[in-house]
Design a protein around this ligand. Structure first.
Ligand SMILES: [Fe+2]
Length: 176
């Protein structure tokens, strides 16, 4: 199913879907190329029905097949995700605004500690594979709306979400 109608994206996303059976490196190169072309198009979302929710983020479907799912995520001011990881590849680019991405390292199956923080600006892309470190949280503390485009390597017809596990911040060992 395709919401984004332009032939360029259809071709790029079909190539990307085919690349999911290739190596991780090849897939990431295709994902970045597809994202870069979409981020450069200021009319990309003109005909996409976008949902907005004050204080929260919304996923807006753009493209999907049996291998990949593409969403435009609208991050309202103050919105954030849980600390989570993914069962699939997760590649995203910032279409407008900026957002903070925090990386974490798992302490156990339910807790994690902060390891790095980035501010992702409009035009930037970032990718992670399920085989590498992929524990993160997204937070929009800018006071403005941010829109990002996400390409996940999963079929939305068979799983409800790209998220595998959610974690809580580790606050250190309990005192005796
Ligand atoms: Fe994520």
């Amino acid at each position: 199913m395709l919401i984004v109608q332009e032939a360029d994206y259809s071709n790029a996303l079909s190539r990307l879907s085919a690349a999911t059976s290739g190596t991780g490196k090849g897939y990431l190169e295709e994902a970045r190329a597809a994202l870069k072309s979409m981020l450069a198009d200021r009319s990309l979302l003109d005909h996409v029905p976008l949902e907005r929710s004050p204080g929260a983020y919304t996923r807006n479907f753009l493209f999907g097949d049996d291998k990949i799912t593409v969403y435009a995520i609208i991050w309202s001011a103050g919105s954030q995700t849980s600390i989570h990881d993914h069962h699939c590849s997760c590649c995203f680019g910032i279409w407008s605004g900026s957002i903070e991405e925090s990386w974490y390292e798992a302490v156990d199956g339910a807790h994690a500690v902060l390891s790095r923080q980035f501010v992702r600006h409009a035009g930037e892309t970032a990718c992670m594979l399920p085989s590498g470190p992929n524990l993160h949280k997204m937070s929009n503390d800018t006071g403005q709306e941010t829109i990002s485009i996400h390409i996940y390597g999963y079929d939305r017809q068979t799983r409800p979400s790209s998220i595998d596990c959610e974690y809580r911040l580790f606050n250190g060992p309990k005192s005796q």
